[in-house]
Design a protein around this ligand. Structure first.
Ligand SMILES: [Zn+2]
Length: 239
């Protein structure tokens, strides 16, 4: 198994303001229709016959870690202590909890750095993600996979919330959408992230994770506006 590590480049703060006023550009049909693949992603995530569940989780989790790290690296020069003073996504601020469980407020680039360093440490630990034949997965394996997936979701959510414009400027929104949809379908299949975590992005998940309809001349009937969940409305949630 190849473990790649993409470290973000250290760049000077450019004093750019977060695009907070431009709400959810990522939901505009112009962008959600752009995907790299148009088949049902579920086919990609179901456990293949003859494959051990833990092997499958380990391989996919490692791949998602590398891809999300790479996707973040494309905009990392725009994610600075100035532009992103906190790790935000929708109305949520994520706080980092250190190894002793102490809550710390940190900037988004610091948070992402903590996430990527932790993930790198875990997926390359032979005791946790064994790659040698016959080596057993530890009892804590599933909970560690859940932890990694939860943190990777935070990074994806931040990419959409704070850096979608820059992603579009580099014409990488199709890659981001495909990566996001694949990730969400995967974590749903194996219940790896609490829906209470992912609900802040449910509107996007609904659009991206349903197979793209065949092109039809008749417009789809307008879906009833889904009521925003109380936790995502009008106040900042702390996690
Ligand atoms: Zn940022």
């Amino acid at each position: 198994m190849i473990h790649l590590s993409f470290r973000k480049s250290k760049t000077k703060p450019n004093g750019k303001k977060p695009p907070a006023e431009e709400k959810k550009q990522y939901l505009e049909p112009e962008f959600t229709k752009i995907r790299v693949v148009d088949f049902d992603l579920k086919e990609l995530v179901v456990l293949p016959r003859e494959i051990d569940l833990n092997e499958w989780l380990a391989s996919n989790t490692t791949t998602f870690f590398n891809l999300i790290n790479l996707q973040y690296s494309t905009i990392s020069e725009f994610c600075t202590g100035d532009t992103c003073q906190a790790m935000t996504a929708c109305n949520t601020i994520y706080y980092w909890y250190d190894e002793r469980g102490k809550k710390t407020k940190c900037t988004a680039p610091q948070y992402v750095d903590f996430v990527m360093s932790l993930c790198q440490k875990l997926v390359t630990d032979e005791e946790i993600f064994p790659t040698k034949y016959g080596k057993e997965f530890p009892n804590s394996f599933e909970s560690l996979v859940k932890k990694i997936c939860r943190y990777l979701f935070h990074v994806l959510a931040h990419l959409y919330w704070a850096h979608f414009k820059e992603t579009v400027a580099m014409d990488l929104q199709g890659h981001l959408n495909t990566l996001y949809a694949h990730f969400i379908v995967f974590v749903r299949e194996f219940n790896l992230v609490d829906p209470k975590e992912t609900c802040i992005m449910d509107d996007l998940s609904e659009v991206l994770c349903t197979p793209a309809p065949p092109p039809a001349p008749t417009p789809a009937p307008s879906a009833p506006a889904s009521a925003p969940s109380p936790s995502s409305q009008n106040h900042v949630t702390e996690r």
